[in-house]
Design a protein around this ligand. Structure first.
Ligand SMILES: Nc1nc2c(ncn2[C@@H]2O[C@H](COP(=O)(O)OP(=O)(O)OP(=O)(O)O)[C@@H](O)[C@H]2O)c(=O)[nH]1
Length: 407
């Protein structure tokens, strides 16, 4: 006979043994990457930043990082060289991190959009040029069409002169021939030989530094976010700096963009903090963490234009205390035409612009602005914004652009 107490003792012993066995089993299945709690879900983890009032939040969290977050083992990125050799079928992929579309893929996808946005220029011209008799009146119409496309007077004159000579010499207005001439002449105007690469690789032992400037509302912050995606798609390690401290939501906006692709943002939580200090800390962190490129967003509006330019000058000087700036991208809203050109002039006086990003080319923008702005500043259009989607930023390709115009 077994007493009731003894039965309970056996039951308890049985439960303890069972629990032990389950715990052991769980540990085995976790394997080596067992420390999966939350750290890698919130990748990319990163060492806390130096500067006290700056906080570099681990991307992917939208919440404040614990103040003493342990410096996670050195890397910020996914496929780093120190990845353990064994295949990791059980390695949990960070589900919140998006893999952006490759830039090459997106150009093809966006071509139709580009063609639509520029149809006024290409189709109008082709219709005029191939309608047979080209008298003075017809040439004037060609000229008007080009001017209306924001090409600018100088470029328009060059193009019309060239076309007049060709028509005179050749004596034809056959549509296919005219289309080919137009293609060649437009391509010449777009200057296909300009260097449109974006500085995004390490220079010696430091990251490339990219400063993004432009008037508010042109799409600066959005462009920085999209550019981060372009570079992540090219396996670059990117760090963002939120030096637009004038608009309260700008840093949050930027941080959200970065977090989507696992890129961290250096920012200040103080409203109206010194943008130069934020930019400085971003570059410092980029150097320490050995990223490939640091991209810095700046304010587009201050109390007045002089203040804005002075501030930009200061941001630039302060960054240069620790690293040269490799790229200054000026963001212009392509739909603003001549107004955008005026902005370009003012910015070019304050900072050495090395490349232009033309946003909103999907809207009512006229394609001629590409030519006009390149001539105005003598620097290439490097990127074009073709929509509000996260991957709607494409490297500017002169041939694809001209083909789209006259498609
Ligand atoms: N259609 C279209 N909209 C765009 C494009 N690029 C940006 N936008 C939109 O333009 C608006 C302004 O973008 P932001 O990035 O906030 O502008 P910002 O220049 O940073 O403005 P501030 O921070 O105030 O200086 C947003 O609604 C964007 O979605 C583009 O290529 N096409």
């Amino acid at each position: 006979m077994v007493g009731v107490e003894n039965v309970w003792i056996y039951v308890i012993i049985g439960v303890v043994i069972l629990a032990g066995a389950i715990a052991y089993g769980v540990n085995l299945t976790r394997g080596r990457g067992g420390d999966t709690r939350t750290l890698d879900r919130e990748a990319p983890s990163a060492p806390a930043l130096p500067g006290e009032d700056l906080d570099r939040r681990p991307a992917g969290t939208g919440t404040a990082a614990p103040p003493e977050a342990p410096p996670a083992p050195a890397e910020v990125e996914t496929a780093g060289p120190q990845a353990p050799p064994e295949p990791a079928p059980t390695e949990p992929a960070a589900p919140t991190i998006e893999r952006p579309e490759s830039a090459r893929g997106r150009l093809a996808r966006l071509r139709a959009r580009l063609a639509r946005s520029n149809s006024a220029l290409g189709k109008g011209l082709l219709a005029l040029l191939s309608r047979g008799k080209l008298d003075e009146e017809a040439w004037e119409e060609v000229e008007d069409t080009l001017i209306a496309s924001d090409l600018g007077v100088e470029a328009t004159t060059e193009l019309v002169d060239s076309l007049r000579v060709r028509v005179k010499v050749d004596g034809t207005t056959d549509e296919a021939t005219v289309r080919e001439w137009l293609r060649e002449d437009l391509l010449t105007l777009v200057q296909p030989d300009m260097d449109r690469r974006i500085a995004s690789s390490r220079v010696g032992d430091r990251p490339a530094v990219v400063l993004v400037v432009g008037v508010n509302g042109t799409g600066k912050t959005t462009t920085v976010g999209k550019l981060a995606r372009v570079l992540v798609a090219e396996d670059r390690e990117v760090l963002l700096g939120a030096a637009d401290t004038f608009r309260a939501a700008a840093a949050d906006q930027l941080e959200t963009w970065g977090a989507r692709v696992g890129v961290a943002t250096v920012r200040s939580d103080k409203d109206g903090a010194d943008p130069a200090a934020v930019a400085f800390d971003a570059v410092k962190a980029g150097i320490e963490e050995e990223v490939d490129v640091v991209i810095i967003d700046t304010a587009g509006r201050l109390h007045n234009k002089v203040d804005l330019m002075n501030e930009l000058g200061k941001v630039k000087r302060v960054i240069e205390k620790q690293s040269p700036i490799d790229e200054v991208l000026l963001v212009l809203d392509a739909t603003t035409g001549q107004n955008g050109l005026q902005q370009a002039k003012v910015f070019a006086q304050a900072v050495d612009v090395t490349g232009i990003v033309l946003t909103k080319l999907d809207g009512t923008a006229k394609g001629g602005i590409v030519v006009a702005v390149q001539r105005q500043l003598g620097v290439p259009v490097k990127l074009v914004g073709l929509g509000e989607g996260p991957d709607d930023l494409a490297p500017f390709d002169p041939e694809a652009f001209v083909d789209a115009i006259i498609a």
